[in-house]
Design a protein around this ligand. Structure first.
Ligand code: BG6
Length: 505
């Protein structure tokens, strides 16, 4: 992180929403705490309701206290609060954008070049209106640089994504566009490249010769909460697979980039997406599973069926769980399946990538390893960040008995709890102009190409149901079992007791 921190103004559209409270403000607080926000930087909160700066600052102090992992220190908060301004306007109101221009001029002090970050945390249906209003008021041109940030979803299919991209391109160039995928900002996801390309022991075996298959699980315990309006239109495939899961696939499967810069890295990731075998109607039937959670119990508490959640159509056919088998038809991965599963209201919150190696057939130990699990490398993205290597070892005693053991690397035990969270890292990267961890247009385009084929085939037929507190529907087990494999249940790593994830530092 040696790049120079430049002052800038981050204008957040939709600044009273969930994302602002849960993620952005705690992230800004952490950056302020770490002195990673320039002293002349400003944050302008753009939202519909009438509020004074003071009132807004008070409200966000409350939510930052609630959602920040750090205890709020008065001095640090004061420094941050002084940077925050509130601006009332509707997204459609051209005059409101004109007033924004005046506000920017007013608070753009002499020492701060008027660099601008337009952060669209608004509902996607407003994206095009906001961009048009920025352009109309000449807000995109400033004496410094300007950048625009999009939260997902970037479109709801390839067509809408293209249309949105066309309207952005009228006001911004690709190098000014930052499409966020917060999974890429997660520490262990960033670590994938180091694991693969900075170690001599992994890269030589990272291919079809040694790897049997890859499993990626992103499971959530929570349901859809208050996001029914959005979720019912999207579902797990578009909410999680089109972006986060395909990013994980790309980082796991990509070739080494020429350099560690945004262009080269993103090029290699796109190549993976281009190599993913497109789903035919028959493939969708054989290689995808969709399901929806029913009513049940989680930790002794009754939970609603998806169809009875707030703002959900009682007859909704939206999936809250997806499992897929992807084939990557390239030199490295030909014949090696990637199994993906993700869902809400599952047994526990966990995200991990399992690299499952081929069983070693040897005259010496074939008999003994028959009942053991294969060698596995497990990248635990959350909740307890780390990497585990599973291999076979002799059980002490006179008899030859072989069992699985795991060697665990605990990220927090080694590096401490203070590494930057995904949003902290991404906000920081935007201010220093580093697009490496952001999604390029090509990635968006190719991921929609894959997803569109599936949604088209899903138009007919119905979702199945699964019980909350499970690992999904039986069909997901069948999907992998028909290939003679099974899902490996995520295990708590040995260091999990050492970590007190919830305690504030
Ligand atoms: C978001 C999805 O992108 O990621 C949510 O819209 C999901 O539905 C969330 O809950 C999961 O993120 P994390 O970081 O909590 O695993």
């Amino acid at each position: 992180m040696e790049n120079k921190i430049e002052p800038c103004m981050t204008i957040i559209f939709g600044a009273t929403g969930d994302l602002m409270n849960r993620k952005l403000l705690p992230a800004f607080y952490k950056l302020e705490f770490e002195n990673l926000l320039h002293k002349s930087s400003k944050i302008i909160a753009f939202a519909r309701k009438e509020k004074s700066n003071e009132q807004f600052r008070k409200e966000v102090l409350k939510s930052t206290k609630k959602f920040s992992k750090l205890k709020i220190n008065d001095k640090v908060w004061k420094r941050l609060a002084n940077k925050i301004f509130y601006h009332q306007s509707e997204f459609q109101d051209v005059k409101g954008f004109n007033r924004l221009k005046t506000l920017i001029k007013k608070i753009c002090t002499k020492s701060a070049a008027c660099n601008r970050v337009f952060y669209l945390s608004a509902p996607p249906s407003f994206f095009e209106t906001i961009i048009a209003n920025l352009k109309k008021n000449d807000l995109t041109a400033s004496s410094g640089w300007s950048r625009i940030v999009f939260e997902k979803p970037f479109g709801h299919d390839l067509r809408s994504a293209k249309k949105l991209n066309e309207s952005i391109k009228k006001a911004f160039k690709e190098k000014q566009i930052y499409r966020i995928d917060h999974y890429v900002g997660k520490e262990l996801v960033q670590n994938l490249l180091v694991l693969r390309f900075a170690n001599s022991i992994f890269e030589p075996v990272w291919n079809k010769k040694y790897i049997d298959h890859v499993q990626i699980t992103v499971a959530e315990e929570l349901g859809i909460g208050t996001r029914g309006n959005y979720y019912d239109k999207f579902g797990a495939l578009k909410d999680m697979v089109q972006n986060h899961m395909l990013q994980l696939v790309a980082l796991t499967a990509m070739e080494p980039p020429v350099r560690l810069d945004a262009y080269d890295l993103r090029e290699e990731k796109v190549k993976v997406l281009r190599s993913i075998e497109q789903f035919t109607l028959k493939d969708v039937k054989n290689r995808t599973v969709r399901s929806q959670y029913g009513a049940g119990e989680i930790n002794g508490k009754r939970v609603n069926a998806y169809r009875n959640e707030e703002k959900i159509d009682k007859k909704s056919n939206t999936e809250t769980f997806v499992a897929l088998k992807l084939n990557i038809n390239n030199w490295r991965w030909e014949g090696i399946p990637f199994y993906l599963r993700t869902g809400k209201r599952l047994k526990e919150r966990v995200a991990e990538i399992n690299i499952v190696f081929k069983q070693n057939h040897s005259v010496l130990f074939d008999e003994y390893v028959k009942h053991t699990e294969p060698n596995m490398l497990i990248v635990r993205i959350q909740p307890e960040e780390g990497i585990s290597l599973q291999f076979s070892a002799k059980v002490p005693g006179k008899k030859m008995i072989v069992d699985n053991v795991r060697m665990d690397f605990c990220h927090e035990c080694r590096f401490g709890p203070n590494s930057l969270d995904a949003y902290e890292r991404l906000l920081y990267d935007i201010t220093i102009g580093d697009q490496t961890l952001f999604t390029s247009w090509d990635m968006v385009e190719h991921s929609w190409k894959i997803v569109d084929k599936i949604t088209k085939a899903w138009r007919h037929g119905k979702v199945s149901n699964y019980n909350p507190d499970s690992w999904g529907p039986k069909e997901a087990d069948k999907l992998i079992e028909k290939d003679g494999r099974r899902w490996y249940k995520p295990q708590k790593p040995s260091y999990s007791e050492l970590l007190q994830n919830d305690s504030k530092q």
